[in-house]
Design a protein around this ligand. Structure first.
Ligand SMILES: [Zn+2]
Length: 140
């Protein structure tokens, strides 16, 4: 049985979500979905210049997983630029650093801005975490 996918912490929500060629005669039959955890890994590695282990710790994934996320993201971005395919940023099993995460299974809550993040509930191991802030503005 595959292990449940851990919830990845992201520190940034992109303001603009859709990208593509601006050439007037451009028509796109395909849209690549770039997930929020993928663009976050790119941000940490290529913009913030963190090394693999720092980035992995912030997101709550292993170093290998962090590397895999980056490779997947770079391939999508490269395909977009080389083939003129549109990109839309959306999805991914993520929780924002501004969220207050609550474990669906045991009710423990976490301030996502503090310290290391393992991607799962520290008391019961559940990966069913959701943001409990009332207005959910942090998640938009
Ligand atoms: Zn729990």
């Amino acid at each position: 049985m595959p292990r449940p996918k851990k919830c990845r912490r992201i520190g940034f929500i992109p303001k603009y979500r859709e990208y593509g060629p601006r050439d007037r005669n451009h028509t796109s039959e395909e849209t690549i979905l770039l997930q929020l955890d993928e663009i976050e890994a790119i941000r940490l590695k290529d913009i913030e210049k963190l090394d693999q282990s720092e980035g992995a710790k912030l997101m709550g994934v292993s170093r290998q997983t962090f590397q895999n996320i980056i490779e997947s993201a770079r391939e999508k971005i490269a395909r977009s630029l080389l083939e003129g395919v549109e990109i839309r940023i959306e999805g991914g099993h993520v929780i924002n650093k501004h969220c207050i995460a609550v474990c669906e299974d045991c009710g423990k809550s976490y301030n996502m801005e503090d310290g290391e993040w393992t991607g799962a509930c520290a008391s019961c191991g559940s990966t069913h975490l959701y943001c409990s802030k009332k207005d959910r503005r942090c998640c938009l």
